[in-house]
Design a protein around this ligand. Sequence first.
Ligand code: MN
Length: 751
Amino acid sequence: MSVVKSSANNVDLEEEKKEIVRRYRKLLRRAKPFLKDNDAKIIKKAFNTSMDAHKDMRRKSGEPYIYHPLAVAQIAVEEIGLGTTSIVSALLHDVVEDTDATIEDMEREFGPKVATIIDGLTKISGVFEYGTSQQAENFRKMLLTLSEDVRVILIKLADRLHNMRTLESMPREKQLRTASETIYLYAPLAHRLGLYAIKSELEDLNLRYTEKDSYEAITKQIDVTKDARNKFIKSFIKPIQTALKNQEYQFEIKGRPKSIHSIWNKMKKQNIPFEEVYDLFAIRIILDIEPENEKTACWQVYSIVTDFYKPNPDRLRDWISTPKANGYESLHTTVMSKSGQWVEVQIRTERMDEIAEKGYAAHWKYKDNLKSQQSSLEQWISKVRDMLEQNNVSAIEFVDDFRSNLFTDEVFVFTPKGELKILPYGATALDFAFDIHTEVGAHCLGAKVNQKLVPINYTLKNGDQVEILTAPKQKPKEDWLRFVASSKARTKIKDALKESKRTAAKDGKEIVLRKLKQLKIEPTNDNFEKLRLYFNTETQLDFFYNVGKGIIAPSEIKKYKESKSDKVTPRQIKKVKDADTFKQELTKAKGKKQDILLIGEDMDIIDYKFAKCCNPIPGDDVFGFVTVTEGIKIHRTSCPNAPELLSNHGQRVVKAKWASKHQSSFLAGLGIIGTDRVGLISDVTKIISSELKVNMRSISIDTDTGIFEGNIQLYVNDTRHLDLLIDKLKKVKGVVKVNRFDSLEGNSLEE
Ligand code: MN
């Protein structure tokens, strides 16, 4: 947090002191019910230490700095439900960072637990150098502390929430940076820990700073429609209230609008105005009932509700029998009101409600009341620990994988023996295979889902019973990465690919060594480096790999010798200085006219490469991304990497668009899935080569499972040309699905 040291002009210091004491007392009042023995004394000591440490400091808003640790402690106790150790740690969270005090001092004064937590918090603060891996590295460190004490993360979230609440006084640039970091990492993390209220507030605050107009418009409309809504809610719940009272239930009914962020999301996703968002609010029925009768009671209430209103069978969610991984328990149904409007009704007990609002800490509190089985949240934390321990990838890659695991809902599926598996939403048969065992995943050919044969990229649905089919010769392929949603599967596939890359590189190196011997070139590191430069690969390993895979023919190494080997310039690559030379370069390279890509604010024509992850072709919506080593890379806006690049490295993104369309060919890839039948391949290839006169570069087909799976690489002129082709292929008998795939890399390297 930035601070300003000042002697505070024009401030009534006496009044300020009183206000500090008022805020401190408010904190104590809140904590009082659970304070034991010496607790009050320790909190007082922490408060005094913090006061002393921050005494001359002020926040950007001009307020005394101590307001911040006090507020963080208040959030920790009031909104997350944490106890004394956390209050003490929250009060002291910026002390080590901002003063001469050390972790050792903290340990001596406040004990080892507090010291560990402050240490964790200090490690993850510091300067977020935006757009570098520093930020990811910091986040990784934070997650590492999860295995020590989850309170580090909970206090960090409280810290972030207060900083977001007080973002107003920060400069615009800092506001945007903090807000996007919040939506990218902290809100999903809060969600995953089940801190629903904090997650919603973080999302709303993000919107307030990044989409100010939308935020204000929605806030205003919620307010304007308030009276009508309350009237509707009142008449909707009336019959339910009467029935519940007659059956002597203790209960409370709430009806409140959904978060601004979720309304905004709906408007954007479905492209509708505010008036058309039908589920602006949800009705919540909260029962006060003893734990052993919870489930029965909730279903009885469901029965009462649906006596009055007809339910939508597709929207029944039972998170009581199978709680979400973040601990959430509730029964949801959507029913039709008398005025023809769908209304979501959530039925839960007080215990479930507290877990839903406060998440992890509340879960803890109730743990003794529950059966001794390991809760799914604890399972999740132990999974995160596993991930951290085996992970040796770069920090950015790690955060990416981790984020994808944080998100939203799960899908519940079963093994052939009826064992329940919980996988991230969007998980495929391949994810399931890797969840069973790494070896099962690595040799996965396809699966039987509910007795029916499906390909490995089949997206699992709740309740599916899955049996994996394997074959010994099957092995992980690059494009498998696009078929998986779980970070476990992704990590395992990446490991396997790295391993096979190492093997190919080893073969390649032997070929290079033989060739160098023939050419009488010393196999020194210096010469390897020159070869790398000449063939323009990123690393020597890539160079050897390309030789091993036959992408660089051994005969080309001879050409390297013939060129002046002491003054090596990379082959092909020439820097483009202006538009004219650029056009000439392209004409030279392709021998014909070329589409031109315009890049940057002034839409200059500069040097660029197409990203291999999504292979743009003319007509695609694209953007440029400034890379560290390879100049500007062009990605499709629909590229799977686009959200990460745009949110995490916004300042490296440049505008790009196509200027003109000439007849020219671009490589694109198509995946075709169908039921195998005689003559299917010939029908498909006939359309491609004779009807549309498209040149194929490669085609690979797998029919092992009784399912036809083809990958075709071909040269097309633009998106219209490609769409036409896709349309035609879809009409071939037996073809179920045709889709363009993003990455060509993996496929072109497979034999
Ligand atoms: Mn702080």
